[in-house]
Design a protein around this ligand. Structure first.
Ligand SMILES: [Mg+2]
Length: 324
């Protein structure tokens, strides 16, 4: 069976993932960077598909538009870039009403406003299911932050809490009551705009990405790109009280669930010590970069659990991966 990683690897082979010439950052990071004239332009694209990324039992058309823009611009902030322009392609199913498309567009517009970006074009097609594909174009706000810059000894941080979106989905699926805050986290997530721009300007930030498929899987990706391992302190992973309560209602372990829940759109980043006070006070330190260990299954370790006498226990990497 194929998954999205297989496809990305094949794309990198076919198109060439390496930077060179105009291409400053190629395939494999949260966004690409292309030099146009004297400016580095940051580019990313992200799609949401009915029945895969959202479900009309829980989403309005406006939510879908809002979430599609948030997901796309999150990849810009993840690199320390600020969105400028947005292109949107939509595939509309048979029977779509004019009021549905207006609702969809109002979600796109509201989100674009939140991020200070302009929607400048797109395309419309017929489709068996609704899909919305958002291409976001941005400029670097400080320096470009790649996911491949993590170094041994760096501290690992999260810009905000994780797990709320997954908790909301769990409640929706069990037909339990979902508070407005949890519903918002799932249906109208807000990307970490001000954090992305602040961290882009912080020279001690060595690597950054957004948490879109789950903390564990995304941290494992950062480790692979940076050729390092990572130790996590699970008790330090920030999880909102409402999220903890929701997972308890679902009889699931809150921290374990929060670490594999996708669509958090917070930033995962590494800081070279000493950590500036402004960062240490504001963000949650959840672990540290360790040397890469060859021939082991996982790059992630639980620093609060021992395996044998000396080594921290390995963590199974789980998270969301599209499969085909
Ligand atoms: Mg990303």
């Amino acid at each position: 069976m194929m998954n999205e990683q297989t496809v990305v690897n094949a794309a990198r082979k076919m198109f060439g993932g390496r930077a060179g010439g105009r291409v400053r950052v190629g395939i494999g990071d949260d966004a690409a960077v292309v030099r146009i004239g004297r400016t580095d332009v940051v580019l990313t694209i992200d799609s949401v598909v009915e029945g895969v990324d959202f479900d009309f039992r829980y989403f309005t058309w406006t939510d879908v538009g809002f979430k599609a823009v948030s997901a796309a611009v999150s990849d810009l902030y993840a690199c320390g870039a600020r969105p400028c322009a947005i292109l949107v392609s939509v595939g509309l199913p048979a029977g779509t009403r004019a009021s549905d498309t207006r609702a969809l567009m109002s979600g796109l517009r509201d989100a674009a406003r939140v991020y200070g970006a302009k929607i400048v074009g797109g395309d419309t097609s017929a489709s068996p299911r609704l899909f919305v594909d958002v291409c976001a174009v941005g400029e670097i706000a400080g320096s470009f932050k790649s996911r491949s810059g993590a170094k041994l000894g760096d501290w690992i941080f999260l810009s905000g809490p994780v797990g709320a979106s997954r908790a909301a989905l769990g409640l929706f699926q069990k037909k339990l009551r979902v508070s407005p805050a949890l519903r918002g986290a799932h249906c109208r997530p807000i990307a970490a705009a001000s954090d992305g721009i602040r961290l882009a300007r912080e020279p001690r930030v060595t690597a950054m990405m957004d948490v879109s498929d789950g903390l564990l899987i995304d941290l494992a990706r950062m480790c692979a790109a940076s050729r390092v391992s990572a130790g996590i302190f699970p008790s330090r992973v920030p999880v909102l009280q409402a999220t903890r309560d929701a997972f308890r209602r679902l009889r699931r372990d809150p921290v374990q669930e929060a670490m594999v829940g996708g669509e958090d759109y917070v930033l995962l980043f590494c800081v070279r010590p000493p950590v500036p006070d402004g960062l240490a006070g504001r963000y949650s330190c959840i672990g540290q970069i360790l040397p890469r260990r060859r021939g082991v299954q996982t790059p992630l370790y639980n620093m609060e659990r021992r395996s044998g006498i000396r080594h921290p226990a390995g963590i199974m990497v789980k998270g969301f991966l599209h499969r085909f």
